[in-house]
Design a protein around this ligand. Sequence first.
Ligand code: ZN
Length: 259
Amino acid sequence: MKLVFVNPHPDDAEFTSASTIKQAVDLGWDVTQILMTSDEYGTNRNDFTGKRIRAIRKHEMREAAKAYGTNPDGSSKVKIIWFGEIDANLPFNRDVYLRLKKILIDLKPDIVIGPDSFFSLDLHPDHKHTGWLVYIIVKSMEPSKRPMLLLYHSSNTNFFIPIKDLWIHRVATAKHRSQFSPLFNKLLYPLRKSFYFKRGLKMGRILAEGFRRVNFTKGENEIKKLRHKIIYLFEMRMFNNFSEKLCHPTPKELGLIEE
Ligand SMILES: [Zn+2]
């Protein structure tokens, strides 16, 4: 079995799906994380913004991948593909669509996991664009050859994967040291437990990671319930003009775009 994640940033899969990744690796599945951007603005420190934080984030991502298991040569069982777009600047256009589609078709996944852009719990522009891209790429595939598509960060979950080992969340997330302080990670652990348990109540008394399984049926992405509408509007407001606010200095000024 082949499981492919399409993530806007390093840490998105650790934050949402660490237990699912660990279980897939333990079962001997082939797991790949495609990282659309490399978190070039993932710091409050101006002296680190750009190439410096990118190098740190790539290192942290490699370490996080190793947390799920390593090969005899020390490399991570989870494979990493850097797509190479810039943090907060992931375009939603034909070029990115075609490049990502080629990677996904070549990988021949059985299951694809990415962010939900329709019932989103995180409307960061990179998340929104990644979610749209993954959705339309999988939809464009011939139905008999389509991989199963699961979406994380969704307010409308309908597919739950029981958590065998919650600890892996803490271990894998901790590798993204520049993003999550040890104290934050420590506090997050009991919070996660209660959150997963609460969600698990929907399905019985189990801890579970929740996804929205997409079936490509008409109207499945339409927001109808008031609760989902409120969450979506809140997210829209929060991330309004986000890229403009975040990207100082601009990617060009930082030398991230060569012309
Ligand atoms: Zn992210």
